[in-house]
Design a protein around this ligand. Structure first.
Ligand SMILES: Cc1ncc(COP(=O)(O)O)c(C=O)c1O
Length: 433
């Protein structure tokens, strides 16, 4: 048997056979709304899933299929679906798990729109959220789980504070109550953190960030580990026989039969992209594949640079505190050492000691950091979360998520550390002149 390839090799090669694509070295961009079906027998095979291939790009396309297969391999999952944004990945997954109503038990330090989706959007569909205040304590998750809990949700590296959690222990309590664990692994990526090896059942991603890594497209991914035993009473959606999922003999099938081990991905592909749209376009899929091929080298450099930036920030009197697992006294250092052997990534937050006017001068004076809302770019980025990425949240949620008014977030890019440090230095000096 051939040896298993490493992560970096799979990031370049998995899920693609050039012979199936006119020997093109790069996965081609299938820029077409629909596909010739060939003949009526092939049509039948395509619609029943007996044969893979394009039908209509609202529900998927062959460029996206390469990304899905490659990413499922990298994550160590059974199957994946590529969607048009990270928010689609999150909301589709939770709408599906919460179908018919129920609650989500969620970590309380999340990306702003994700948090607001839980607070304001999902309740409109009968899905409420109980936020875990003591989010580092697995018992606090268990205390909120009840018979209507449909998922436990959290970010593996939280945005913006880079908090880490003992997901093994949280998954253990969730599984005790037969609740699947959904992890947003956007900041870490499967290169730095392996959610399925720590008990997660489903991962969701904004591939807009490190996965693509170049700040040039919006994309999302959902991956299912496979093997979670969905209780039929609690999750009837995976057991309903559907004509739309029928086999070649016209026998209706359920999601667990259509894609054994991956009923979530089956349902997202067959129903959600069909009715809500949102399959990732072929050009965007190509860009994500392109970015993904250099993920490991990008993150290796970013981990190194982030360490230096953390040390620099700690040396500055203009800085009230630094939040990163490698910051002095961080409560997350032990978890980083245990679960993030390559490093915990390049998201750093800090408290700015000056007033709002000085904060404005500081941000405006930077030349090597772009001021915007994104993270995980080749460029280094800076933002002020309370007025930006988390601005939609009421003050009580800022308090819950630990986002003080003076919080600044950095996403470290691929520039050299010395250039970034010099830039931060001169900006501090201007702001405090
Ligand atoms: C951790 C995290 N998850 C999800 C999202 C949403 O992703 P997208 O912007 O691709 O919809 C973001 C976006 O900033 C994020 O930071």
């Amino acid at each position: 048997m051939a040896a298993e390839n490493s992560f970096s090799t799979d990031a370049i090669r998995a899920g693609y056979n050039s012979e199936d694509h006119f020997h093109a070295v790069n996965p081609p961009i299938y820029q077409t709304a629909s596909f010739d079906l060939g003949d009526i027998d092939r049509t039948r095979r395509l619609w029943t899933g007996a044969e893979g291939g394009g039908i209509y790009s609202r529900v998927g396309n062959p460029t996206g299929a390469v990304l899905e297969e490659r990413f499922a391999k990298l994550e160590g999952g059974k199957a994946a679906v590529a969607l048009s944004s990270g928010m689609a990945a999150m909301t589709y997954t939770l709408l599906l798990l919460g179908q018919g109503g129920g609650n989500i038990v969620s970590g309380s330090s999340l990306y702003g729109a994700a948090m607001l989706a839980l607070i304001k959007f999902l309740p409109k569909y009968g899905i409420t959220t109980k936020f875990v205040e003591d989010r580092n304590n697995p018992a606090a998750y268990e205390a909120l789980i009840d018979e209507n809990t449909k998922a436990v949700y959290l970010e593996s590296v939280s945005n913006p504070n880079a908090e880490l959690y003992d997901i093994d222990a949280i998954a253990e309590v969730a599984h005790k109550h037969n609740v699947p664990v959904v992890v947003d692994n956007t900041v870490a990526t499967p290169y730095l953190y392996r959610p399925f090896e720590h008990g997660a059942d489903i991962t969701v991603y904004s591939a807009t960030k490190e996965i693509n890594g170049h700040g040039n497209t919006i994309a999302g991914l959902v991956v299912e580990k496979g093997g979670f035993d969905y209780d039929e009473k609690k999750f009837p959606q995976f057991y309903e026989k559907e004509w739309k999922m029928r086999d070649l003999k016209d026998v209706p099938r359920s999601a667990v039969e259509f894609l054994p081990g991956a009923p979530v991905i089956a349902s997202l592909k067959i129903f959600y992209t069909e009715f809500l749209g949102g399959a990732l376009g072929s050009f965007e899929s190509f860009l994500v594949l392109q970015g993904l091929s250099t993920l490991s080298v990008r993150l290796d450099k970013k981990n190194e640079t982030a360490k230096k930036i953390v040390e620099f920030l700690e040396s500055r009197e203009e800085v009230e505190f630094v939040r990163h697992p490698y910051a002095k006294g961080s409560p997350y250092k032990a978890l980083a050492d245990r679960d993030f052997p390559k490093g915990p990534g390049a998201l750093i937050s800090f408290g700015f000691k000056g007033n709002r006017e000085q904060e404005g001068i500081f941000i405006k004076s930077l030349k090597n950091f772009s001021y915007h809302v994104n993270i995980g770019d080749v460029r280094s980025l800076i933002t002020n979360p309370p007025e930006n990425t988390h601005t939609e949240l009421e003050p009580k949620y800022h308090k819950l998520a630990d986002i003080p008014k003076n919080l600044i977030r950095l996403s470290i890019g691929l520039e050299d550390a010395e250039d970034l440090i010099e830039d931060l230095k001169q900006a501090f000096e201007k702001a405090f002149a």
